[in-house]
Design a binder for this molecule. Structure first.
Ligand code: UGA
Length: 446
């Protein structure tokens, strides 16, 4: 059987990983983006963002001719293929609600392409969109522009993506589950067949459902993970008031309960990135428009907004006034293995420290160029962790990059002006680090 030709719209993490995954298994993939600079990089086999393990596979996909990336040629990409994954961005508006203008524009373009096609084509929404979007926005636009009927002339599905940055490619090919929201049975069958062909004997568990349920599954999953994080951060804040209590031990013991599970219970300075903050806000805004106030999610969000500022409070407890104090920030990315700083918890920390008159030197193994676009010369940038802590009055671990674990208590004691270390991600053993340092950590009772 001939392998389907696939088009992918949008080449963020989801789009690019989907495109590379299918291309690496012999499918002919055409990606399209409005970003000419990104497309040029991709066509040279260079990922436009830092993502482990993607570079070689992308290069192979480009060199083999299985993948090419077009600029602003959605129609051409769709016309030349059998199925389209739409993975364009769905950012937040200022009020937290979802901004669907990329989905709208791309739906217009796909519709125009469908008008030129006689063969059956399936459109699959992969972007995170609030419930109702595929049925009430995408479908009418496709039908209007194509002058064709959804379910008869073309198919429509919603299939959310669950990959994490830093392990994006691995997550794409070894996902825990496949969700297919289908407009009609033929659309769902076509997408299921494609996934079965792609995964072969490693086909993950699959749920077939309605478009709206599929859309909600994505939000509910991210909201649940965000809730676990804000929950454990709440327990961390309680632990800090109880002498001898340690949230790390609490979380480890809780995680042994199969009903709770050990993952996403790492207390710290809160969650960042392009997904959890945006998706929790969008789910709150969407629920409110439907006449329901999701108080639990509002609390998840409030806890997360306050959590990074715990690091500043710790600093003040140790140093008093921060005016003129030298603070070393270890880690800028929203998590390790990425150069992404969207909603990174370090941003509110640095803003507050600067307001309080502190002088900041920061180090991150890969996110310095991103940080420069946010803070430019307002902070200093070190080229190593050791250089970062030199002569500092206080060091704060903001991102748990593995290389920070290599810094010993002696390194801190020898290099800093005052040996004050705040472990915002619980990477150090408190007993060992408390011996030589004035050591504070999230979720550790004194
Ligand atoms: C998240 C989800 O994990 C993916 O399943 C989902 O597909 C993705 O969003 C998305 O919607 O596209 P991602 O944002 O890449 O993936 O990163 P995570 O590994 O989930 O981490 C998010 C934030 O939570 C980070 O700032 C991390 O430091 C924080 N976190 C995570 C904690 O503070 N504690 C934890 O125990 C785990």
């Amino acid at each position: 059987m001939r392998k389907s030709n696939i088009s992918v719209l949008g080449i963020g993490y989801v789009g690019l990983c989907t495109a590379v995954a299918f291309a690496s298994r012999g499918y002919n993939v055409i990606a399209s983006t409005h970003d000419a600079e990104k497309a040029a990089k991709i066509n040279k086999g260079l990922p436009p963002f830092h993502e482990p393990n993607l570079q070689n596979l992308l290069k192979e996909a480009i060199d083999s001719g299985n993948l090419k990336c077009l600029v602003d040629e959605t129609e051409k990409a769709v016309v030349q293929t059998d199925l389209t994954f739409n993975a364009v961005g769905t950012p937040s508006r200022a009020d937290g609600s979802i901004d669907l203008h990329f989905i709208e524009t791309s739906s217009h373009d796909i519709g125009k392409a469908l008008r030129q096609k006689s063969a059956y084509h399936v459109v699959v929404i992969k972007s995170t969109v609030v419930p109702g979007t595929t049925q009430d926005l995408v479908k009418p636009l496709l039908e209007k522009e194509s002058k064709k009927k959804c379910g008869t002339d073309f198919g429509l599905c919603m299939s959310p993506e669950f990959l994490r940055q830093g392990s994006a490619f691995e997550d794409t090919i070894h996902t825990d589950r496949i969700v297919i929201g289908e407009h009609d049975k033929r659309s769902g069958d076509t997408l299921e067949n494609l996934y079965r062909d792609f995964y072969g004997k490693d086909m993950p568990p699959m749920i077939r459902t309605t478009l709206a349920t599929a859309e909600l599954i994505k939000y509910a999953s991210n909201a649940m993970l965000a809730t676990k994080i804000s929950f454990i951060n709440t327990i961390a804040n309680v632990c800090e008031k109880i002498p001898g209590a340690d949230v790390k031990v609490v979380a480890a013991a809780m995680g042994l309960d199969k009903r709770i599970g050990p993952l996403f219970l790492n207390a710290g300075l809160g969650y960042g990135g392009s997904c959890f903050p945006k998706d929790v806000k969008a789910l709150i805004a969407c629920s409110r428009t439907l006449g329901y106030t999701p108080e639990l999610l509002e609390s998840v969000e409030n806890v997360n907004r306050a959590q990074p500022l715990r690091a500043v409070e710790f600093c003040k407890q140790q140093l008093g006034s921060l005016e003129g104090k030298k603070i070393a920030i270890l880690g800028l990315a929203f998590k390790p293995d990425t150069d992404d700083m969207r909603e990174a918890r370090v941003i509110p920390i640095i803003i507050q420290l600067l307001k309080d008159g502190a002088e900041i030197t920061a180090y991150d193994p890969v996110a310095k160029p991103t940080a420069k676009t946010i803070f430019n010369s307002k902070i200093h940038y070190a080229t190593s962790a050791l250089e970062c802590i030199k002569n500092a009055d206080c060091a704060i671990i903001v991102t748990e990059w593995p290389e920070f674990q290599e810094l010993t208590p002696e390194d801190y004691a020898r290099n800093m002006k005052q040996p004050i270390v705040i472990d915002g991600r619980r990477i150090y053993d408190p007993e060992e680090y408390s011996k030589e340092l004035r050591f504070t950590a999230v979720g550790l009772g004194k």
